[in-house]
Design a binder for this molecule. Structure first.
Ligand SMILES: [Zn+2]
Length: 348
């Protein structure tokens, strides 16, 4: 084989590998050309942050329109992670109409994107509000996110895209994050030829987790939009589904939607954080609904090395502030019991 042919073959193999492991280009942090953010962890580990529901219409939308910054008080925390993921609880679009017979419909203005940039690297769109203004607004949301350099997962222009993982490649680790909704309406679900979100059918979730592992993921994390609103503990459905996902190979399970936190537990030594609650959301009065958790996972090729939660508190405009002194669940590999810690610190 000539040297040119050899080079071409090597290139072809390398490209095939990238295609196999990376999925759509916009879903890979490394492909977007970003280095680790300030304060990143050691090369063998990755520090991933999850936040709960980001609803950027209403109070947060008004704050941004007035030149304010709803993420100002959590800026350093988000930038300190290697990668940050949240649940986008509103389309970001200028088109569409509110769907009929839905009590709450949201749509954020594209100007809110600048608040996310550099802080939130990816958002799940698998939730019960992504379709509030119809297919066109949902599709426009995906375009706006892509052009802002923010990856989207848990939804797409068809069913296959909606079930594709978010691939995070950092410090030699390959992490796959999957997003699913299971709070009605189901009409927002993607189909073979139409856009929408991924619905959490058990057999499909298990198949997606196994496929991600086979495609080379060191760590797989499902990010669920599930549970009953206002309930401080997970439902039986959440419990059985979390066990199923960990048995299928998930390293941790993270949830949102109930507007409150729901505690955490270990199953087979792996953390399940049932609900992160509201992260940016206004219109709530009680202490429980104004309190959310930010989750920090320190990962290596074997899964979760350590995890910590940190309480945040939203004001009337839906702007979160850290409550670093409050003790919330945390844990470390090899420690059988869950613990409680204050703040997320800078260690593992
Ligand atoms: Zn929700």
């Amino acid at each position: 084989m000539s040297s040119i042919a050899s080079i071409l073959l090597v290139c072809a193999c390398a490209c095939a590998l990238v295609a196999c492991h990376a999925g759509p280009l916009q879903k890979v942090g490394e492909v977007r050309g970003e280095g680790p953010k300030q304060g990143s962890s050691q090369p063998s580990t990755v520090r991933l942050i999850f936040v709960g529901d980001l609803m950027l219409d209403s109070g947060a939308g008004r704050t941004v329109a007035a030149g304010g910054d709803p993420l100002a008080f959590v800026d350093a925390t988000l930038r300190g992670a290697d990668y940050a993921v949240g649940n986008l609880e509103s389309p970001i679009a200028t088109v569409g109409r509110p769907v009929a017979d839905k009590p709450y419909t949201f749509r954020a203005h594209p100007r809110v994107l600048r608040v996310l940039q550099g802080r939130v690297d990816a958002v799940s769109v698998a939730n019960n509000h992504s379709g509030d203004y119809g297919h066109e607004a949902f599709s426009q949301t995906l375009l706006h996110l892509r052009s802002a350099g923010i990856a989207a997962f848990g939804g797409g222009s068809n069913l296959r895209e909606a079930h594709a993982p978010l691939w995070i490649e950092r410090n030699g680790l390959r992490i796959a994050v999957l997003g699913y909704n299971e709070f009605l309406p189901r009409s927002f679900e993607a189909g073979p030829t139409w856009p929408g979100v991924a619905w959490s059918e058990d057999d499909e979730v298990v198949s997606d987790i196994r496929s991600a592992r086979l495609a080379g993921a060191d760590v797989v994390i499902p990010f669920m939009h599930w549970g009953w609103e206002g309930e401080s503990a997970p439902s039986e459905r959440q419990r059985s589904q979390a066990r199923l996902m960990i048995d299928a190979g998930a390293a941790a399970v993270v949830g949102s939607h109930p507007h409150v936190t729901q505690g955490a537990m270990l199953y087979r030594g792996r953390p399940i954080v049932w609900s992160l609650g509201n992260f940016v959301f206004d219109g709530f009065e009680s202490e429980e609904t104004r309190t959310g958790w930010l989750l920090q996972l320190t990962l290596d090729s074997q899964g979760v090395v350590a995890w910590r939660t940190m309480a945040t508190h939203v004001d009337e405009a839906g702007t979160p502030r850290p409550v670093a002194e409050q003790k919330t669940p945390c844990g470390s590999r090899g420690v059988a019991e869950m613990q409680s810690c204050a703040g997320i610190g800078s260690g593992p």
